[in-house]
Write a protein that binds this ligand. Structure first.
Ligand code: ADP
Ligand code: ADP
Ligand code: MG
Length: 449
């Protein structure tokens, strides 16, 4: 078993990983930037090392500093969490080259799936339907126009190296496409330092449904059900739940088996998520694969009883999966709300600052994953997500009631948050009636802004 893990992340996910390590008797080393010296992950880890200034490129994205910290403190492994370096081929490769075990898939699999247009090709070969679109990246705007003409508008342009909902634009006409082409290329260059983009059919009114897979290094793989992440703003998830309320048991098994079959074919190990769009007629199309732990993993933990982070560590230690597909039973319904430090009435402007008062909800079936505490100052340089509220009820209605009750109890003073906005979604009839798609927020809640 791994003995000492460096956690190359911050915030709630660093705390989440430290907790799993503690339960397993594994030592932890936290890294932090100068802006994070008072952060909770620094206090909870066995040791903590400062790796640079606030700016992420100088600290949490600084591969050399993180590797030096791991060597200095005698770590045998690195857990990257999500975001930051979690999908960095170069970082994963550097780690494995100097003998630090990477708690995640191989660098080659990160590389393969990190190129989203190449990932589509690979999955198509493995028998998964993909969203129709360009074969590989676009060479020119003229090529994009020809392709859009052929598959029909609307189309969507996406950054090959994209993530976090950035570098994505829809075009309903040739004029829009020409404009979007330049904009997405620029966004892709700015955000991902890679201006390659690809085109696909814009699936109208879809649901975002993703399959969680887990595989050991001995060829055993299992799917842990799916999650519906259709409640999004600007292509970023806000509420996630499982089971997905629009798919049948038969479809669940079909998509799960396809996903497992595909990852077995490519020899993938550790955890991963295969994201699909599901249209009105229940056709499903592969969109991308995330080769890491996902923000919304707790809902899957709630309904399956599998501790995904502990399993990641066991897999990286060389253990075989301790369960098979038939051991996975889905119990009840789980939902997660992402609490962001932002002001919905000011166009969701981030609102970092000092937390002057904090009351967290609790009770049966309520889980809070967060790294904030009273008196803590949220730095203005990182992600606005400051907490996740996860509930587990016997069915969807109970999960929604529990979530409303929990959000009603939650008090965060000193900063603006999206708590009221989330509450509004939970009270919306279309949401409760399971009658919505990925455009829900734009259509139902923000149409007049
Ligand atoms: P999830 O599917 O786990 O919700 P998200 O796409 O919301 O994943 O991303 C999780 C976190 O990682 C967010 O903080 C997001 O900003 C960040 N992130 C995801 N992909 C990238 C990327 N390619 N580059 C930079 N940040 C990313
Ligand atoms: P990211 O890497 O940023 O997570 P994705 O490719 O997963 O990017 O897309 C993010 C979101 O954008 C999806 O969850 C979906 O809501 C929307 N989207 C992406 N591709 C399409 C498409 N072809 N048709 C309709 N919506 C799409
Ligand atoms: Mg995605």
């Amino acid at each position: 078993m791994l003995k000492r893990i460096l956690i190359a992340n911050r915030g709630e996910i660093a705390v989440r990983i430290i907790r799993a390590c503690r339960e397993m008797g594994i030592e932890t080393v936290a890294v932090y930037s100068e802006a994070d010296k008072d952060a909770l992950h620094v206090k909870l880890a066995d040791r903590a090392i400062c790796i640079g200034p606030a700016k992420a490129t100088k600290s949490y994205l600084n591969r050399n500093h993180i590797i030096e910290a791991a060597c200095l403190t005698g770590c045998d492994s690195i857990h990257p969490g999500y975001g930051f370096l979690s999908e960095s081929y170069h970082f994963a490769k550097m780690c494995s080259e100097i003998g630090l075990k990477w708690i995640g898939p191989s660098p080659e699999h990160i590389l393969l799936m990190g190129d989203k247009s190449k990932a589509k090709e690979t999955m198509q070969k493995a028998g998964i339907p993909v969203v129709p679109g360009s074969e590989g990246v676009l060479e020119s705007v003229e090529q994009a126009e020809r392709l859009a003409e052929k598959i029909g508008y609307p189309v969507i342009l996406k950054a090959s190296s994209g993530g976090g909902g950035k570098g994505i634009r829809v075009a309903y006409s040739k004029e829009e496409l020409i404009k979007a082409y330049g904009l997405v290329k620029q966004e892709a260059k700015n955000s991902f330092n890679d201006d390659r983009i690809y085109l696909e059919k814009f699936i109208e009114n879809p649901r975002h449904v993703e399959v969680q897979i887990i595989a050991d290094e001995h060829g055993n793989a299992v799917y842990l059900g799916e999650r519906d992440c259709s409640i999004q703003r600007h292509n970023q998830k806000i509420i996630e739940e499982t089971p997905c309320p629009i798919i049948s048991e038969k479809l669940r098994q079909k998509m799960g088996k396809l996903a497992v079959n595909a990852i077995c074919q490519i020899g993938y190990s550790n955890v991963g998520t295969i994201e699909f769009l599901v249209d009105k007629d229940k056709n499903y199309y592969f969109m991308e694969m995330n080769t890491r732990l996902q923000v919304e993993h707790p809902v899957t933990e709630a309904v399956t009883g599998v501790d995904i982070v502990k399993e990641q560590i066991k897999i990286a230690s060389g253990e075989k999966l301790s369960f098979s597909q038939k051991d996975i039973n889905i119990t009840g319904h789980s939902m997660e709300c992402r609490i962001n430090a932002e002001n919905p009435s000011k166009n969701f402007m981030p609102c970092p600052g000092k937390i002057t008062g904090l009351l967290l909800p609790g009770g049966n079936g309520i889980r809070i994953d967060t790294a904030i505490y009273e008196g803590y100052t949220i730095p203005n340089v990182y992600d606005a997500m400051i907490a996740k509220v996860i509930v587990h009820g016997k069915n969807r209605d109970e999960a929604i009631s529990k979530m409303k009750s929990a959000l009603g109890e939650l008090v965060i003073e000193g900063i603006d948050t999206n708590i009221d906005f989330l509450y509004q979604i939970l009270g919306n009839k279309s949401f409760r009636d399971n009658n919505y798609d990925t455009s829900f927020i734009e259509k139902e809640l923000l149409s007049d802004t």
